[in-house]
Design a protein around this ligand. Structure first.
Ligand code: GLC
Length: 653
């Protein structure tokens, strides 16, 4: 049962696609307490055993209790435990205990979720304006609530099958030769691969939809040559359009009035990678169609996949920010004297970095520009969380027009619920930390709850230097995530698999992915078709088993499997909890598979660095095939079944 409540005059986010009559008598809401006095506030008394699932791309646990979270799409590359906002805004939670209730707060600006942070049993959701839709969903179980929610927000985006191959990325591949080296090293080492990503360096001066002709001559031909090698090149597209005379996209955008504007009608200017940029007004349907149409510049050269970035939108600084920085320097000079500053900068409490951080992604800047939504000027901060969604929608809608019958790869950094219909997401700039393997795992089911099925993290870690063992363990989780991509930041240690000793271990782990692709893609397709979750917390299927509910380092995969990756360093295995009997399978480096039935309960399983563990649920089986070097080369005739005798599996494509 889904109920829709209306407060004030909400912005139409188009997150929900189903027409549901809205009730505006807020006194009618029988759940929790609502106040619209000072903004909006919803309070719900949690029972001791209630678990709070949801919030999509958010920090911390699968059970969100005991902390606070703020939906405010933010470009923050330090995903430490205290952070309350990441790149996405996914305002859907499920309270699961004696009863199962879902709440979706369809509100495109900053909204806070205090989930037992201020008072341990109190759930408080608040935002500064009482202009929103609240959807309340009652179900028989947490999963039932999720399925009902998924039904009203529309079917998830479907990625092409090749996008389930392995991809290599690095910020810093500067030329076609760099890319060729990556491909050659993977191919000669027989480590399967389907995609190489082009980060901002492929562009001319970081200008969207341009290619540096010196470093990537005859780009169309290069794309084709790569295709012949069964490699898809996946370029990045950034939100900011460089301000440069003669750059057609900039000039066209200005002429047509398709960039975000200040109150006085002039284009808003912000600095991002290209220097000064304008933001395309992707909330304006005409501008959205215009910006989306530009993807054809690259698809016409053979490109069939994209990743959209910096679309929170990220702002390094604006003119106002720089002025504030200058002013701060002047103040410090006044206070401490220039000589003292030059002679002994350490003695001066001048936290330049702190100020720099303040001028980045500054909330004041988000109040300085407007969107033209059907003729009405809407200040950006009121709809901030919709930018990445609509940038990706621009691309998604356009790609459908450009090639109606072709599935294209598309994923984004920033998102809001609704964007799941147009693309997937990756979880942004993580670090080469062991704790981030676990964070990756925990985010997956929450994202699935909101319709984001094609997802994954930067395997090996984006920031800081990875290690061989970290990468191997992370890949052994990535084997199961729809997006399996190794990506890292400029300046970090080289992280392609062939940079490390004993390449055969990487060949094996990634090879396992290819053995599983028919199963994984089928599970993904079924999840799209049935509004199901590809990954589920154990508590979704075993709600009565407290131990299962509290297990946050294992996930159910489809209806047949469970994963339990190793995420600590210097260990030769891990403890697992089985809520029911399962078959423990381990893909061994010699190509054979260890199979062992384990009884319900706790076990310690040994998993070497070069092994991939998986659990098959009681009475089930999954299809596996022989290793292939790319998705196209997968030979379905080699398919056999792994798991319980007598079980059957139906493949979906
Ligand atoms: C952002 C992205 C990252 C990319 C970098 C350079 O930090 O999140 O993936 O490598 O920008 O484009």
């Amino acid at each position: 049962m889904v109920e829709k409540y209306l407060f004030g005059s909400p912005f139409e986010t188009e997150a929900v696609t189903e027409q549901i009559p809205a009730v505006s008598d807020i006194g009618a809401i029988p759940y929790g307490k609502i106040s619209v006095e000072n903004g909006f506030c919803f309070q719900y008394q949690m029972e001791d055993t209630d678990v709070i699932y949801g919030l999509g791309e958010a920090n911390r646990g699968i059970n969100k209790r005991g902390y606070k979270y703020v939906s405010h799409c933010t470009d923050d590359p330090n995903h430490t435990e205290e952070k309350t906002s990441l790149y996405g805004a996914h305002n859907f939670i499920v309270v699961s205990g004696k009863q199962h209730i879902g709440f979706f707060f369809d509100y495109p600006s900053t909204i806070s979720f205090d989930i037992g942070y201020t008072k341990q049993d109190l759930l408080t959701i608040s935002c500064s304006r009482a202009d929103l839709y609240l959807y309340v969903i009652i179900g028989e179980s947490a999963y039932d609530v999720v399925k009902q929610f998924r039904k009203i927000i529309g079917k998830s985006y479907v990625a092409p099958k090749y996008a389930f191959g392995f991809g290599q990325s690095r910020w810093g591949y500067k030329s076609a030769a760099d890319i060729e080296t990556v491909v050659q090293r993977y191919r000669e080492n027989q480590v399967p691969i389907d995609m190489v990503y082009l980060d901002i360096d492929y562009m001319q001066d970081y200008k969207d939809f341009t290619v540096n002709e010196e470093r990537f001559p005859a780009f169309g031909q290069f794309v084709q040559e790569m295709k012949d090698k069964k490699i898809h090149l996946i370029p990045i597209i950034d939100a900011g359009v460089k301000i440069e005379k003669g750059y057609d996209i900039y000039e066209e955008g200005v002429e047509k009035g398709y960039f975000c504007k200040r109150e006085d009608g002039s284009e808003f200017v912000a600095s991002v990678w290209p220097g000064w940029t304008h933001f395309p007004d992707v909330l304006n349907p005409d501008a959205r169609a215009w910006f989306g149409g530009k993807y054809e510049i690259l698809t016409s050269l053979g490109i069939d996949g994209f990743w959209n970035d910096m679309n929170e939108p990220a702002i390094f600084y604006t003119e106002e920010g720089i002025r504030a920085l200058n002013q701060a320097i002047v103040e410090h000079v006044k206070t401490f004297g220039i000589d003292k500053m030059i002679d002994n900068p350490d003695a001066i409490p001048f936290d330049a970095r702190g100020i720099l951080e303040q001028i980045q992604n500054n909330s004041e800047d988000y109040k300085r520009f407007y969107h033209n939504v059907n003729g009405k000027m809407v200040r950006h901060d009121l709809v901030h969380n919709l930018f990445g969604y609509n940038m990706t929608r621009a691309a998604g809608e356009a790609l459908k027009k450009i090639a109606p019958d072709k599935k294209m790869l598309l994923f984004s950094r920033s998102s809001y619920i609704g964007m799941h219909r147009y693309g997937g997401i990756w979880t942004g700039d993580n670090q080469s930390w062991w704790s981030h393997i676990l964070l990756n795992l925990k985010m997956m089911p929450s994202l699935n709850m909101c319709g984001f099925l094609y997802t994954g993290a930067d395997l090996g870690g984006f920031g800081s230097d990875t290690t061989r063992d970290l990468l191997l363990r992370w890949l052994a989780l990535g084997v199961f995530t729809p997006l399996m991509r190794n990506h890292t930041a400029l300046g970090t240690r080289e992280q392609e698999c062939y940079q490390f000793e004993q390449i055969e271990d990487f060949r094996h782990v990634i090879g396992v992915r290819y053995r599983l692709i028919p199963y994984l893609y089928s599970t993904y397709i079924k999840s799209v078709q049935q509004d199901a979750m590809y990954f589920r917390p154990l508590g979704f299927d075993f709600a009565e088993d407290r131990r299962a509910v509290e297990t946050e380092d294992q996930l159910l995969l489809g209806d047949e499997a469970m994963i339990a990756p190793v995420y600590t360093q210097n260990v030769s295995g891990r403890t697992i909890y089985l809520p029911e009997e399962m078959m423990f399978v381990k893909f061994l480096p010699d190509g054979t598979i260890h199979e062992e039935i384990l009884a319900q309960g706790t076990h310690y399983v040994e998993v070497a660095l070069n092994e991939v563990p998986l659990f098959i649920r009681k009475g089930k089986c999954i299809p596996i095939v022989d290793v292939a070097q790319n998705v196209d080369a997968i030979d379905i005739s080699t398919m056999k079944y792994l798991g319980y005798d007598g079980a059957a599996y139906t493949l979906a494509e």
